[in-house]
Design a protein around this ligand. Structure first.
Ligand code: GLU
Length: 313
C-alpha cells in the first residue's frame, strides 16, 4: 500500500461503548498503528433522535482508558452540515437527485428486502415525478432526497472491491439497493452520504468497521466516485455474537464499558480477550494495546473471519 495509512474511529454516540464496538475500534487502531499510520476520530452525531447526552464524552474517555489514541479530531458531524449541503448541491447539479415522498409504509409495501443489510431495495415510485407533482406533494409533506443509481446493465453501477478481511466483493447498485436516501425528510443527512464525504475529505485511506456495514461500501464508493474523490481500502471485521448467533449488544450489561471499568483496574483483560477472539494471541493473555501492535496482521484476522462471527460466552 502506498503512502501513509489514515484510519478512523467513527462512533455514534448512542450509548456507552460495549465489547462489540471496542472490538471494531481495536482492529481499526491496530490496522493504523501496525502500519505506522494516523488515526482520525469522528463523532457521528447527525441524528438528534439517536443520541444520549454525555455519550460522546464518555466514548472519548473510554477510548483513552483503552489506550486507543488518535492523532486528529474529534470532528463532529453535527458541525459539518455545510459540507454535506455542498456535496448534495453538486450531486443535484449532476442531475442525480430527486425528492421522494414515499412513506415508510409505502416503502415496505412496494419493495423487496435487501439481502446484505436488511434495508429495502427502492422500486422507484418517485423517480420520474413531474415538477408540478413535486410542487403539489411538497405542500403536505417535506420530501426525502434520493440519489439515482445507474440502470442494472450500466457498468458504472457495478461496484467491485477487495475487502482486506472478507476478500473480493461485488454489488450491483440497481439490484442490491436501488436509488438511496441521501437526506431524510426531516432534513437530517443520511449516514451513507455523510460517511462517504467525510472519509474522503478527511483523507481516510483505510476504513475498518463491523461486517454489518459491508453492504454500505458500494453506496459510499459510488458517492465518492461521483464527486471525484479517491476511495479508501475497506476492512470489515466479524461481529461478536452469543452462542445463538445473536449480535452482542448493549443489553449484555457485563460487556458494557461502564461495568468493565468498575470491575477491572485496566484494559488488559478485555483487550487480551478481544485479541484472542480475533485470533491474534493465545487465550488468557492480558495485554495492553501497544503490545498488540506487533501481533496484528490482516491475514490472521481474515483466517478468523473465515470461520464465521466470534462467539462469546
Ligand atoms: N457510526 C457508525 C457506528 O457507530 C459507524 C460507521 C462507519 O464505521 O462507517 O455504527
Amino acid at each position: 500500500m502506498q503512502g501513509t495509512v489514515v484510519g478512523r474511529f467513527a462512533p455514534s454516540p448512542s450509548g456507552r461503548m460495549h465489547a462489540g464496538n471496542v472490538f471494531s475500534a481495536l482492529m481499526a487502531w491496530l490496522g493504523v498503528r501496525s502500519a505506522g499510520g494516523r488515526m482520525v476520530l469522528r463523532i457521528e452525531d447527525l441524528d438528534p433522535r439517536a443520541q444520549r447526552p454525555e455519550a460522546a464524552q464518555l466514548m472519548l474517555d473510554d477510548l483513552r482508558w483503552l489506550g486507543l489514541d488518535w492523532d486528529e479530531g474529534p470532528y463532529y458531524q453535527s458541525e459539518r452540515r455545510e459540507v454535506y449541503d455542498e456535496a448534495l448541491e453538486r450531486l443535484t447539479e449532476l442531475g442525480l437527485t430527486y425528492p421522494c415522498f414515499c412513506t415508510r409504509a409505502e416503502l415496505h409495501a412496494a419493495t423487496a428486502p435487501h439481502a446484505l443489510d436488511g434495508t429495502y431495495v427502492y422500486a422507484g415510485a418517485c423517480r420520474n415525478l413531474s415538477s408540478v407533482e413535486v410542487a403539489r406533494r411538497s405542500i403536505s409533506r417535506p420530501p426525502a432526497i434520493r440519489l439515482r443509481v445507474p440502470e442494472a446493465d450500466n457498468p458504472v453501477g457495478t461496484i467491485s472491491f477487495e475487502d482486506l478481511v472478507y476478500g473480493p466483493q461485488r454489488e450491483v447498485l440497481a439490484r442490491d439497493c436501488g436509488d438511496f436516501v441521501v437526506r431524510r425528510s426531516d432534513g437530517v443527512y443520511a449516514y451513507q452520504l455523510a460517511v462517504a464525504i467525510d472519509d474522503a475529505l478527511m483523507g481516510v485511506t483505510q476504513v475498518v468497521r463491523g461486517r454489518d456495514l459491508l453492504g454500505s461500501v458500494a453506496r459510499q464508493m459510488y458517492v465518492q466516485r461521483l464527486l471525484g474523490f479517491d476511495t479508501p481500502t475497506y476492512a470489515h471485521v466479524p461481529l461478536l455474537v452469543d452462542p445463538d448467533g445473536r449480535r452482542l449488544s448493549k443489553r449484555d450489561r457485563d460487556l458494557d464499558l461502564g461495568e468493565i471499568r468498575e470491575r477491572d483496574s485496566g484494559p488488559e483483560r478485555l483487550l487480551g480477550w478481544l485479541a484472542a477472539a480475533a485470533g491474534l494471541v493465545e487465550e488468557g493473555e492480558m495485554l495492553g494495546a501497544d503490545r498488540l501492535v506487533e501481533r496484528f496482521s490482516w491475514a490472521k484476522l481474515a483466517g478468523t473471519a473465515r470461520r464465521g462471527d466470534v462467539i462469546c460466552g
